[in-house]
Ligand binder design. Structure first.
Ligand code: FAD
Length: 485
């Protein structure tokens, strides 16, 4: 039996583990932290349950396929619920709108906000659809390192040349007039930790995917997905170890032989696969040189408040976004000045509004998040207090004021918390940012050498839950092709 050690237990690792175990590999998953799941994780206290990472699922069939590849059924563990509306948006001037994945509802919204933008909206979706079709045949189907096949060449003939490869924000502005709709479309690149002012228009595939296939929730919390995969993996003989930090990958004459844990233990293996940040791979291989992505290259991190409320309400949608006054300035502060924005856009996820299993009878769970630059410091007491104040000021100015008496429990996570929990440079959530075409699409490959692989949101095809499960599929195919003999 061939042996595989996966370094990290993020969703990509969990997906790869079940796929390889189903192909009769002996798989060991080594996680440095205390729990499995990586960023897909959970915090529970006093009867309140919080997802601490992802809150919105797109492309749900990718999850079904992962379980099916291991001979299991996602539905045995969790039944996704399609959210309607996907999100409610609140602007500083008092305008509010529901963002739906139902076309008639969307058309009503567009006509109310700016009737002349209906046509531009449809053309943006059409561009996103063409980019999606193209990526399904190329980028999302196979490893970037593999030579193109007939299907790839055929798909490339349909490249949307006009607009598709320009700047994201400029393309959105070329299609829409309403500053409210422009700001809304410009939020999507943050789904991969990037700025709309720096990334290519190809990321318009993200709003298309959300609109076409909907946004979904997993009742009981998204962590159920990780629990389900671990249960399936255990059934197939996968060994999961927590508190197991890998500090080296040992190679002999170019072939992987073992991974070495921080306590000195060696685990022999034929193949090692990195699930942590791609930029840490060099260090694990004992190579000199920079050991992680520089601050300028990093995708966004986040500043989080996990708040358990004593009482029911306030009236909130499952997802609400409270926009800042000046989006461009916010991104300049995040990426050029590398500081916490003076007026941050704040996202509030209130899953307990529809899922009462998350609260102890009464109350709510609020996951409050603002984008933050991925830097290690300072994030001391006063810096953290200032960021918290700015987040709460934006919410209060937009009509969501909560008194301290309403808060039963609160946890504050800074980029420093994320850096420590997930071993990501500066707490960046998606590896390197996607500014410029090369960075967006030529990410570190899934095959890194003989017996050496990468399954991670920091690698191909990118971050986000469906992408890392796609990464697991592509990586399992590469391992089967190159290492099975
Ligand atoms: C706050 C937040 C909100 C998000 N929202 C969404 C969302 O709504 N929708 C969505 O689709 N995605 C969202 N994401 C992104 C999504 O969670 C990630 O892209 C995805 O879960 C990353 O999975 P991964 O396989 O790359 O592994 P990761 O989750 O990055 O896990 C890697 C694991 O490797 C471990 N590790 C690293 N180095 C070592 C080592 N040397 N030895 C042992 N272990 C090691 C780390 O401890 C970590 O547990 C969000 C993420 C965050 C943090």
């Amino acid at each position: 039996m061939k042996t595989l050690v996966i370094i990290g237990s993020g969703l990509g690792a969990l997906g790869l583990a079940v796929r390889m175990a189903a192909m009769r590999w002996r798989v060991t998953v080594c996680e440095q932290g205390p729990s499995l799941g990586g960023k897909l994780n959970r915090w529970q206290q006093d009867g309140y349950t919080f997802d601490t990472g992802p809150s919105l699922i797109t492309m749900p069939w990718v999850f079904d396929e992962t379980f099916a590849a291991a001979g299991a059924r996602l539905g045995e563990f969790v039944q996704f619920q399609r959210l309607e509306p996907i999100a409610h948006y609140v602007y500083p001037d008092g305008i509010r709108l529901d963002w739906s994945s139902r076309l008639p509802v969307m058309l009503d919204t567009l006509k109310r906000i700016e009737p002349r933008d209906v046509d531009g909206f449809m053309r943006l979706l059409q561009l996103g659809a063409r980019l999606y079709e193209l990526s399904q045949e190329t980028f999302l189907r196979r490893a970037a390192s593999e030579p193109p096949d007939g299907r790839t060449f055929k798909a490339l003939r349909h490249l949307p040349l006009r607009y598709g490869w320009g700047n994201y924000d400029k393309t959105v502005r070329a299609h829409l007039r309403s500053p409210h709709l422009i700001q809304l479309f410009n939020r999507y690149p943050t789904y991969v930790g990037s700025s709309p002012y720096g990334c290519p228009a190809t990321l318009l595939v993200i709003p298309y995917i959300e609109f076409a296939f909907g946004g979904h929730y997993a009742p009981g919390g998204l962590y159920r997905i990780a629990e389900g995969l671990v249960q399936v993996g255990r059934g197939l003989g996968v060994e999961y170890r927590t508190g197991a930090s890998v500090e080296g990958i040992e190679r002999e004459r170019g072939a992987v032989r073992a991974v070495r844990l921080s306590g000195g233990e060696r685990i022999d293996c034929d193949v090692a696969c990195m699930n942590g940040d791609a930029s840490h791979l060099e260090r694990l291989l004992g190579h000199a040189g920079p050991s992680e992505a520089s601050p300028e290259e990093r995708s966004l991190s986040g500043f989080l408040l996990l708040r358990g409320l004593r009482r029911d309400g306030p009236e909130l949608a499952h997802h609400t976004v409270y926009f800042s006054q000046n989006y461009e300035r916010e991104f300049t502060q995040l990426f050029a000045e590398r500081r916490f924005p003076e007026d941050p856009t704040v996202y509030v996820n209130a899953p307990s509004r529809s899922d009462r299993s998350l609260v102890p009878g009464r109350g709510e769970t609020l996951f409050v998040m603002a984008n933050a630059a991925a830097d290690a410091g300072p994030w001391d007491k006063s810096h953290t207090a200032l960021a918290r104040e700015r987040v709460l000021a934006r919410l209060a100015a937009s009509g969501l004021a909560l008194s301290d008496d309403d808060i039963a429990i609160e946890q504050v996570w800074t980029p420093r918390t994320m850096a420590a929990r997930y071993a990501m440079p500066g707490g960046s959530i998606y590896g390197k940012h996607s500014h410029g075409f090369r960075r967006a699409f030529l990410r570190p490959g899934n095959r890194q050498g003989r017996g050496l692989y990468l399954v991670s949101g920091s690698g191909h095809p990118g971050g986000g839950t469906p992408m890392v499960l796609t990464s697991a599929k592509i990586t399992s195919e590469l391992i089967a092709k190159y290492e099975h003999a």
